[in-house]
Design a protein around this ligand. Structure first.
Ligand code: M6R
Length: 599
């Protein structure tokens, strides 16, 4: 949510290129406006409502006169609507300092009042603008750049990753508290950004800033200090993926690329973690975990659906577990003790709701585990234990490959926590990658999207492990097509939602296997079909669901866990092709952002 970038180079000629490349790499975090500030003897700012391309066009008409060093920002609005004025960077009245910010300054209203009473006139409606004015006031009092920056940061409450440049200075200053910030060490300069894709083209050597730390970047040095100004020793991490992994590789959209990357992502997620001989899952990340009480998952959106998947398996294998929407989790919403285990499921590892819940769980003394995709993310650092899902960078706002990898990862976590050993399960997980490839090679989802692109609403139903998949299918469709879609436990349809169905509301029914659960869902499908409602069955052909379906999306016959992972891919493809038919902004759907760092 909002992306920030900063750069200071050795030869003073590359700042614009680096900032614009960085902003394009960060656009998934917010895309309603973008801006940059470059600095030498003057600070020059250019910002535009709209995507980074609008800023690039403006730059062609109005080139900036220096390439020395600078900062940039791509915005997801929280305070004030998208506009040129509300876009970052923000400056003080005399343009001595320019600031970009990701996060929320909770006490901005009182700071704004204080500054206004001191004679400051605000240009924007943002919370961020208080920061350059606070810095300016410290400069007026005679403080140097760094001390003024630190003093201003000291006044802030809330979450922030902030970067600032000063007139007449060759240094970029930054600070972080509960919003991500990573520094890049290049051969020819230093970088900072909300996330690695912003500068992966230039360097893969990074430093993750911790909460409460400050950074000072010049062309030849990075210095990190703690809140007391003491130097901090830092660790340099080497990123294991490259610019190509973060690119579109010829696909029209990141989402389609990422859907197609799922076989590889699943193989990577499972690598070295399954033992065919013993039927055991082996996760060294969980070896030290001990708990004696219910397992509580906290997560949002797609990750919450994955958490429900994990809960279903844990319950089935005899472990008491529940999934909570992280935004609904409070210290007293579930009883936690020192024996409790709280698992945060979060692709980005930065989601504010999930982070708050995990911090609260830590405070209660519970053991915490992060299941995340992003190495070094806040969740990874805040939790006692971390398991990486290894899906690789996901840029499309709609989570796709990370959901499949979360399903696989949480299956493994559940098996370890429940000490569930099963060669069939291991075998099924092993078959998932090829199963997904089979689905990717099938073009039926695209044809079905053409048939139903104009439907009034879409419903998704499934039972047991297919229930979270139904929820996820609906979320994906509504997110990128802007059409009304809902997911239901198949048996619930008749308890209310059935009133909504009609000839213009296709129902997508997940039915695999030929057991009792499949039989019951077929019963629910018959109730729908009897009312003249079109049915699309996602099936492995083992039951007779095809008799009641208008169309069939085939999946290979696998054991239940594998089926549920693979079936979801058909739904991803339906969503993608419907959104594509409707000409939607698939990778950057309206009003959304990839990493939601506000509560
Ligand atoms: O990074 P997280 O997994 O914590 O993100 C949680 C949700 O914001 C996320 O899954 C969201 O629902 C997806 N964009 C849906 O595709």
């Amino acid at each position: 949510m909002c992306g920030i970038i900063g750069f200071v180079g050795a030869d003073g000629t590359r700042a614009l290129d680096v900032l614009l490349t960085g902003l394009s790499g960060l656009e998934y975090r917010g895309y309603d406006s973008a801006g940059i500030a470059v600095a030498d003897d003057e600070i020059q700012v250019l910002k535009r409502q709209g995507e980074v391309s609008s800023l690039e066009e403006a730059l062609e008409e109005q080139p900036l006169g220096t390439e020395a060093l600078g900062i940039g920002h791509t915005r997801w609005s929280t305070h004030g609507p998208p506009s040129d004025r509300n876009a970052h960077p923000h400056t003080d009245t005399d343009s001595r300092v320019a600031v970009v910010h990701n996060g929320i300054i909770q006490n901005y209203q009182s700071l704004r009042t204080e500054l206004t009473e001191g004679g400051v006139t605000f240009e924007s409606e943002t919370d961020t603008e208080v920061v350059p004015h606070l810095i300016a006031r410290e400069l007026d009092d005679g403080l140097d750049h760094e001390t003024a920056f630190r003093a201003a940061i000291d006044r802030l409450e809330g979450s922030y990753a902030i970067a600032a440049v000063f007139k007449g200075s060759d240094t970029v200053y930054a600070a972080r508290h509960e919003s991500p910030l990573v520094l890049g060490i290049g051969d020819d300069g230093h970088y900072l950004a909300s996330d690695v894709p912003a500068f992966i083209e230039y360097t893969d050597r990074v430093i993750y800033l911790e909460d409460g730390e400050f950074a000072r970047l010049s062309a030849d040095q990075i210095e990190i200090t703690d809140e007391h100004g003491e130097s901090v020793e830092y660790t340099v991490t080497e990123i294991e993926w490259d610019a190509e992994d973060a690119g579109k590789s010829g696909y029209d959209h990141y989402m389609l690329k990422e859907i197609n990357e799922q076989p590889a992502a699943i193989r990577e997620c499972l690598r070295g973690r399954l033992n065919e001989l013993t039927g055991r899952v082996e996760l060294e990340e969980l070896e030290e975990i001990s708990f004696d009480g219910p397992v509580t998952f906290v997560a949002c959106g797609t990750s919450y659906h994955a958490a429900r998947f994990g809960v279903t398996l844990l319950n089935r294998w005899g472990v008491d577990a529940r999934a909570m929407l992280a935004s609904e989790f409070t210290g007293d919403s579930v009883p936690l003790t020192q024996d409790s285990l709280v698992i945060g499921v979060t692709q980005s590892g930065e989601t504010a709701d999930t982070m708050r819940a995990l911090r609260e769980a830590n405070r209660e003394g519970a053991t915490t585990l992060a299941v995340t995709n992003v190495v070094g993310s806040s969740a990874a650092r805040v939790c006692d234990h971390v398991m990486y899902i290894r899906a690789g960078p996901e840029i499309g706002v709609a989570a796709t490959k990370t959901f499949a990898s979360q399903q696989a990862a949480l299956t493994m976590v559940a098996a370890v926590l429940a000490d569930h050993r099963s060669r069939e399960l291991i075998q099924s997980l092993r078959e998932v990658a090829n199963g997904i490839q089979q689905v990717l090679d099938d073009t039926t989802a695209r044809s079905i999207a053409e048939v139903y692109r104009d439907a009034r609403a879409y419903f998704f139903i499934g039972r047991q492990l297919h229930y979270p998949v139904a929820l996820e299918g609906a979320l994906k469709l509504k997110e990128i097509s802007y059409k009304h879609a809902e997911g239901f436990a198949a048996g619930e349809l008749k308890h209310g939602p059935l009133a909504l169905v009609g000839p213009d509301t296709p129902v997508f029914a997940l039915v695999t296997g030929d057991g009792k659960q499949a039989e019951k869902t077929i019963g629910n499908v018959k109730e729908v079909e009897a009312r003249g409602v079109p049915v699309v069955a996602i099936t492995d052909g083992l039951s007779d669901i095809e008799r009641y379906a208008d169309y069939v999306l085939e999946v290979p016959a696998l054991e239940e866990v594998g089926s549920a992972i693979v079936a979801n891919v058909q739904l991803q493809l339906v969503s993608y092709w419907i959104a594509n038919e409707l000409g939607r902004s698939i990778d950057k759907p309206r009003h959304l952002a990839k990493s939601v760092t506000v509560e």
